[in-house]
Design a protein around this ligand. Sequence first.
Ligand SMILES: [Zn+2]
Length: 289
Amino acid sequence: MDRQIARSARSAALTGRTGRGAGSRMLMILLLGATAITGVALAAQSRGFDLTDPGSWGRGRAFVDIDGRAVAVPRPTPATGRVLPAVPVTTSGRHAFVHSTTDGDPIGYDPCRAIRYVVRTDGAPAAGADLVRDAIAQISAASGLAFVDAGTTEEEPALERTLIQPERYGTGWAPVLIAWATEREMPSLAGDVAGLGGSAMVPGASDEGQWLAAGRLVLDSEDLGTILTDPNGYVEARAIVVHELAHVVGLDHVDDPTELMNPTTTGIVQLGQGDREGLALVGAVACEP
Ligand SMILES: [Zn+2]
C-alpha cells in the first residue's frame, strides 16, 4: 500500500491508521479508536440504580450494554493509593491522547489499580513472550502504570470486544488482551498491517469520571515473524509492540519523526521525548475513588 495512503486513510471503525516500515517493508499499525469500541459496546450507557446492589440505591450508577443487557459498571477494588509512583515529567515533545476531557486532560487507566493482561499465545513467534514482557516493562517504567500477568487465554481477538466476560474473567472489566493473529483470522491485519491496539473509554461505577478499560492489542504473527528474521529484527518488532501498547494506555499518533508514536517509520525504536512526556501524563490521571 502506498505510503501516503497509509498515512491518511481513516475509517469509522479504525482511527489512527499508521504506516510503519521496517527496512524495505512498509508495515502499518492500526489504532482501535473510541468509535469502534464505545459506539457498539457502550451504546446503552445510562444513569440508573443497580438493583443487585441495594447499597448503591440513591447513588449514581453507570451501566454499560453487554451483549444487549444493561450491566452495572464494576466497582473498583479497594485501593489506598497508586500501585507505582507517578513518573515525573522530565522531557518535552509532541504527544497526543486518544481520549481526553473537554479540558484536554488525558483519560487513562486508573493508576491505583494494576492493569491485568492476558495473552493468547497461539501463533506467537519464539520471541513473542520476550517482546511482550519487554514492551510492558518499557511502558510501565515510562508511565508509572503497573501491569499484572493474568495468564493465558483462548479468547479470540475481535474488533468489537465484550468488555465484561464473567464466565471467562469474572465480573470486573475484561483484562487487556494481547493476541497474535494471522490475516486470515483478523482481516484488519491484511496486507502490511502489523498490529492494532486500543482501549475502551468507560465511566466510573458511580457515573463520575472516565477511565480506560478492557484494552486489546493484536499482533500480526506473520509480519512480526518476518521482521524478527532481520539482524536488528528484535528491536524493530519490540518498537511495534511498544507503539501498540502505548495506544492501549492512551497515546495517539503525532507527526514527529523523533517520536515512536509518529505515523510513519523513521528508524526510531526507542521512546522519544514526547512519547515519554505523554506516557508520564497519561499515567498520572486521578484514581477512581
Ligand atoms: Zn499507531
